[in-house]
Design a protein around this ligand. Structure first.
Ligand code: KIV
Ligand code: ZN
Length: 556
């Protein structure tokens, strides 16, 4: 028997980065990126991965199915209930066709879950669903029972619970449990409640819902008022035992509760809160960076736990205190979240073996080809930079590994800029058939000129939504990391629809690049986003999101 399920103080971490997180304005992930993130979440130790909304499209179904197959099964010789095999969950509206699609996607996992939801607030029932409350109760009963005919592990969410009548919630949730729900999740869908209110709502549900002890109570909070973490803590402190979270807090509108904040609050204040999770906190920074690189949604510098400034101490008085005793101004050690900022590891004379060993210590297992590419980049960097830190290595690895299929790659770049003359860039790209393209352009600055030259070659009309740049390490020779987000021009790609609001939104592609030359980093970032756009368009072969995987029967 797994001790987690018997420990009354264990809080299950349900990660919805790949579902609610992907509903963030502008976060489009390719199926291979989703798979990489799912592996990262499994390494982090999450209990449940909500891998997507399979009814959205055949590609979405395929993405979830691939995760169920590859991340949701034990490696040979391992038990499905070991910590490394998370439950794989698919979201479904309360309709048979959505539930069919969710089951089709998750059934390949050793531990599948179907998550179905139906709104219960007066405003949603009246205007969105156009249903009477008694019809909502009936539909809940029917659809939970329908999902249960496929799978034992069923989660039900009364959408907009934060604005629902508590008495009505007790009734709906009681019926859901009677029909077979094993988790009842309470969403504050629009981030409306305050911590006191939300804590009382959960307390009321635990006290008044018939047979509530047969299910796990979960909390799912949105951050519209900046209260998502506080509300989640309020909910678990009164008895909820599943927290629904996303990496970096990404999600619909202002986002969801962030995984790193909940994990570190419970870890740092365990003496007071007395609850635990299975999260390996040393994987937090790495996973945060992966999600930010893939989605193109950069993390604000002052973001708790994973922001660039979270462990930076600027004021002299703080630095003095820290040198005397680290605990004067630091309540968490950077190493606890996987930030090994100040360790100088390698330099110009370090060999391939030393690099491999250090990367393995950081948790990266590279295949031979990835290792060869990373080593070449490492040597290149070591020629320009005296000391190479763990942060530099992580940037190099993510630049090498977390890249989309390369349709166009940067072969050369030269810019002329300054206060005299027009900023000009000459770009040389290798195309899909290995052919070379050279193009020059002028722009408002060197980055704009480089992007214009790239545009001339690749012919992928788009709007640049975001461009951000940061120095990974300190000093004049720092490695610069650029993140961009862009949107394909109207009509060139299909739209996606939010499972909740039903609103259509356009695909947005994120890209990132790292280099000691920030113009080169900018060009790489732009090209990586363009490559995703081209891959999704199907202009150069099959669209990236349609991926074939071998279908096997679920492992029992
Ligand atoms: O915010 C919400 O209500 C949701 C549900 C689907 C759980 O994301
Ligand atoms: Zn949500």
């Amino acid at each position: 028997m797994n001790t987690k399920t018997t420990n009354p103080n264990y809080v299950r971490i349900f990660d919805t980065t790949l579902r609610d997180g992907e509903q963030s304005p502008g976060a489009t992930l390719t199926s291979s990126e989703k798979l990489e993130i799912a592996h990262g979440l499994a390494r982090l130790g999450v209990d449940v991965i909500e891998a997507g909304f399979p009814a959205a499209s055949p590609d979405d179904l395929e993405g979830v199915r691939r995760i169920a197959l590859e991340v949701g099964n034990p490696v040979p010789g391992e038990s499905a209930f070991s910590r490394d095999v998370p439950i794989i969950c698919g979201l479904a509206r309360a309709t048979k066709s959505d539930i069919d699609a969710a089951w089709e996607a998750v059934r390949h996992a050793a531990r599948p879950r179907i998550h179905t939801f139906l709104a219960t607030s007066p405003i949603h029932m009246r205007y969105k669903l156009k249903m009477e409350p008694e019809d909502v109760v009936e539909r809940t009963r029917e659809m939970v029972a329908y999902a249960k005919s496929y799978c034992d592990d069923i989660q039900f969410s009364p959408e907009d619970a934060g604005r629902s009548d508590p008495e009505f919630l007790y009734l709906v949730l009681g019926e859901a449990i009677k029909a077979g729900a094993t988790t009842i999740n309470i969403p504050d869908t629009v981030g409306y409640t305050t911590p006191d209110e939300f804590g009382q709502l959960i307390e009321g549900i635990i006290a008044n819902t018939p047979n509530v002890e047969e299910a796990i109570v979960a909390v799912h909070c949105h951050d519209d008022l900046g209260l998502a973490t506080a509300n989640t803590l309020a909910g678990i402190q009164v008895g909820a035992r599943q927290a629904e979270v996303t990496i970096n807090g990404i999600g619909e509108r202002a986002g969801n509760t962030s995984l790193e904040e909940i994990a570190m609050a419970l870890h740092t204040r365990r003496a007071v809160i007395g609850l635990e999770t299975g999260i390996d906190t040393t994987q937090i920074v790495r996973t945060s960076r992966m999600v930010s690189n893939y989605t193109g949604i950069s993390v604000q510098p002052n973001k708790a736990i994973v922001g660039a400034n979270a462990f930076a101490h600027e004021a002299g008085i703080h630095q003095d205190g820290l040198l005397k005793n680290q605990a004067t101004y630091e309540i968490m050690r950077p190493e606890t979240v996987g930030l090994n900022r100040s360790r100088l590891v390698l330099g110009k004379h370090s060999g391939r073996h030393a690099l491999k060993v250090r990367l393995a210590e950081l948790g990266y297992e590279l295949d031979d080809e990835e290792m060869a590419q990373t080593f070449t980049r490492f040597k290149d960097l070591a020629d320009k930079k005296k000391t190479i830190t763990d942060a530099d290595l992580e940037a190099l690895v993510s630049d090498e590994i977390y890249q989309p299929r390369e349709i166009f790659s940067l072969d050369g770049l030269q810019v002329a800029c300054g206060t005299i003359g027009l900023p000009t860039a000459t770009v040389r790209l290798t195309g899909p058939d290995g052919e070379l393209h050279v193009q020059a352009a002028i722009g408002t600055g060197p980055v704009d000129a480089a992007y214009k030259a790239i545009d001339e070659i690749v012919q992928a009309p788009n709007t640049l939504l975001e461009f951000s740049i940061r120095a990974i390490t300190e000093g004049i020779d720092a490695l610069g990391e650029v993140t961009v987000r862009l949107q394909a021009e109207n009509g060139s790609l299909p739209r996606r629809t939010s499972p909740q609001s039903g609103r259509a939104y356009r695909f947005t592609f994120g890209g990132h690049g790292a280099d000691t030359d920030i113009i080169v980093a900018s060009a790489k970032a732009y090209l990586s986003a363009i490559n995703k756009l081209l891959a999704a368009s199907g202009r150069y072969g099959r669209p990236e999101k349609v991926t074939e995987v071998a279908v096997t029967e679920p492992v029992s």
